[in-house]
Write a protein that binds this ligand. Structure first.
Ligand code: BG6
Length: 483
């Protein structure tokens, strides 16, 4: 396995760099995943010396890595050089190119853009003009990659002028999560699920990403995007793809991504005709956080009194193909919800003929991805004891707790796998351009339909499981949400 010899981070003083990227690089270093010759160039605008920046990184790492040994931290930060550059001027790149190429380095470079997309164009051009965008160099880009299909295409076109598609790595950090990858293992590493994985046996699918935090200090960004563009367009639709896709022919990037894009293209469009029966928008009002602390409203958090941005969204989606026609996929995500929980519930149809009377003979597969990792199959059992009236049943869980199973194993940051993959040139867990475009096309349809029908967010109390109107979405089909 070959590995890039240089990692260049733009936006090195930002929040993501501090909380996720440097700690991930540190763990890769500490666990021996980084080749000895890998150097890290951190760039941002503010002037700092190497020493100052390395000290800051050491602090960020120690915040995240309990018990990090000081000599390991020291050998990690020694890989880092800091460059203060203005990405809008050619001089910045002169300096960067010289630093990268010093001592024969820069043979294979990964550029990581953790910046506003408004400067992607300037950075890509600057790199190209300095001969830094040719193969085998590659680029990693962070969301938001656009606000809609049009701006997504513009950004991708800009990047494509410097980096070819196979050298453009678009991050969706959910794909780096251990449990999300486990979905692929669960579906395609086990013979037992595949014959049941279709509309004939499955009644509905629910995918929920619930968060308990509010928007914090990200109001400026969030108010423009809302839950639909911030979470549904990427993370939720990626989870949907992994649940709904056909078995890929191999684990290769193309095989997986081609199957995912087919799912996205099969999503039934939501239009002005059905948007009110297929979607719910919500916005949190004052209430309580799970620890009992008072929580402000979204308007209070952001100071935007007139905001009509949704902090909660639910959609009853349909994948129109032979496997899934008629099965609702209930997708839901929100801030300040009752629980931090990401879970997928596959609800099976009842047995065709019940010999047990009125009991609902149904099975459910619960795949909990966050905060703890668990897979539970709800199965019907005979209730213990004797009975004068038939055989009463009860639903019991067949439980695989991955937390228990992997006790003592550190919970990894999603970015560790993704950065390692970018360094080793493995794009399987990154998002292809056509996938993104298909996702945006569907999301744009919903946004336009909301505009056309003037669909406004419904209020839900901070700490509630979303607006109560969400139940209409499932009840219409005789279903209910799994909390
Ligand atoms: C980000 C969104 O992409 O994902 C945030 O911008 C959200 O709003 C976050 O909080 C959730 O990620 P995770 O890994 O904490 O579930």
């Amino acid at each position: 396995m070959s590995m890039a010899d240089t990692f260049v981070l733009f936006g090195a003083t930002g929040d993501l760099a501090r909380r996720m990227l440097f700690p991930s690089l540190y763990f890769l270093h500490a666990e021996g995943f980084l080749a000895d010759n890998v150097r890290i160039f951190a760039t941002a605008r503010s002037p700092r010396t190497d020493e100052e920046f390395r000290a800051a990184v050491a602090d960020w790492v120690c915040e995240r890595a309990d018990g990090a040994e000081s000599n390991v931290v020291a050998s990690f930060v020694a890989r880092i050089s800091y460059l203060s550059i203005d990405v809008t001027t050619p001089e910045g790149y002169d300096e960067l190119a010289a630093a990268i190429r010093a001592d024969g380095g820069g043979q294979e470079v990964v550029f990581y853009l953790s910046t506003s997309p408004s400067i992607f164009g300037a950075v890509c051009k600057g790199l190209k003009d300095h001969g830094l965008s040719d193969a085998p160099h590659r680029i990693v880009v962070e969301k938001p990659i656009g606000y809609d299909l049009k701006t997504n295409i513009e950004i991708n076109d800009t990047v494509a002028q410097s980096f070819s598609e196979e050298r453009t790595f678009r991050i969706d950090h959910y794909l780096g999560k251990e449990t999300v990858q486990n979905l692929i293992a669960l579906r395609f590493g086990n013979r037992i699920f595949e014959p049941l994985w279709n509309a004939e046996t499955i009644k509905s699918v629910q995918i929920t990403i619930g968060e308990t935090l509010g928007v914090g200090d990200r109001g400026g960004y969030y108010d423009e995007y809302g839950a639909m563009r911030d979470m549904m367009q990427n993370h939720l639709l990626q989870l949907l793809c992994l649940v709904a896709m056909e078995p890929p022919s191999s684990l290769s990037a193309d095989a997986i991504r081609n199957e995912k894009v087919k799912v996205l293209r099969s999503l039934a469009p939501i239009t002005g005709q059905n948007v009110e029966s297929k979607t719910i928008r919500g916005q949190y009002t004052e209430g309580f956080a799970p620890d009992g602390e008072k929580a402000k409203s979204y308007k209070g958090d952001t100071g935007l009194e007139d905001s009509q941005t949704e902090t909660y969204v639910a959609v009853a989606a349909e994948v129109m193909n032979w496997r899934w026609a008629g099965v609702p996929f209930y997708l839901e995500t929100g801030k300040r919800m009752a629980e931090r929980k990401t879970h997928i519930v596959i609800a099976f149809r009842p047995v065709p003929h019940s010999i047990f009377g009125s009991e609902a003979d149904e099975n459910e597969l619960h795949i909990v991805l966050q905060p703890e990792e668990r897979i539970t199959l709800q199965i019907m059992n005979k209730r213990p004891g004797i009975s004068a009236q038939g055989m009463p049943l009860e639903e019991l869980p067949l439980n695989l707790s991955l937390v228990e199973r992997n006790k003592g194993t550190r919970r990894r940051i999603a970015y560790e796998q993704l950065i390692l993959d970018a360094l080793t040139n493995n794009p399987s867990l990154f998002v292809q351009r056509d996938e993104q475009e298909a996702a945006w096309r569907w999301i744009d349809g919903i946004a336009a339909a909301w505009g056309e029908r003037n669909v406004q967010p419904k209020a839900y109390k901070s700490g509630a499981p979303g607006p109560s109107a969400k139940h209409v979405l499932t009840e219409r089909n005789g279903h209910s949400w799994y909390e």
